[in-house]
Design a protein around this ligand. Sequence first.
Ligand SMILES: Cc1cc2nc3c(=O)[nH]c(=O)nc-3n(C[C@H](O)[C@H](O)[C@H](O)COP(=O)(O)O)c2cc1C
Length: 218
Amino acid sequence: MTVLICYATEHGSTREIAGRLAERLREAHHPVDVRSLSGQEEDRPDLTRYEACVVGSAVHDGAWLTPAAAFVRDRHTDLAARPVWMFSVGMTAALPRLLRGLADRGEQRPLVELQQLVRPRDHHRFSGTIRPQHLSRTGRILFRLLGCRYGSYVNGAEIALWADSIAAALPRTPGPTGPSRVRPTRPPAPDPLGTVPPAPGGATVESGRSSQPPLPEG
Ligand SMILES: Cc1cc2nc3c(=O)[nH]c(=O)nc-3n(C[C@H](O)[C@H](O)[C@H](O)COP(=O)(O)O)c2cc1C
């Protein structure tokens, strides 16, 4: 079963997460193609080549980036005909704890609309990377006033766990030495950015919140 992972990114963390998901699924012997969604019709992947799809986007101002949202809206019939997983990449982990719930709720309405179109098996919210140069001057002032902290919050263990939940739901693809030699996936590798235990309830929770301390910066 070939899996398509497609994503829209502005500053690269969503691409990084898509790449790590692909790596993990390949370790579980699932063929995977990774494609960036540029918004150009001719760049859109041909869904008929794939039996399952994982689609993700960076979150800006509470919504998915246009190329990813448009892809889901335009291809919802094809998407809904196969197993779909969705992921969002925001900066929840950069916020003070008290504000994290608000940030997640802010994203919900536009996302629920997309979810209703394709009925994903799961949606997971990851935290990405936020740096001063990503924000406007006003955005930087607001960021500081809210008590947010710049850094990379990409959590390898969280990504691996979520990928494993997807791999477990896909039919097994025989490995090079046949089905009897297909190994269960190894436990998540330690996160090179700092080990963080997954949120209670494992990788299928909606929050994707991380208690990971930010890399000191700025
Ligand atoms: C202009 C702008 C708006 C953003 N708005 C949100 C938001 O509403 N909610 C959120 O959780 N993160 C928000 N972020 C943070 C990004 O989603 C986060 O940095 C993410 O890692 C970006 O993914 P990317 O590196 O793939 O572009 C915003 C970032 C920028 C630059």
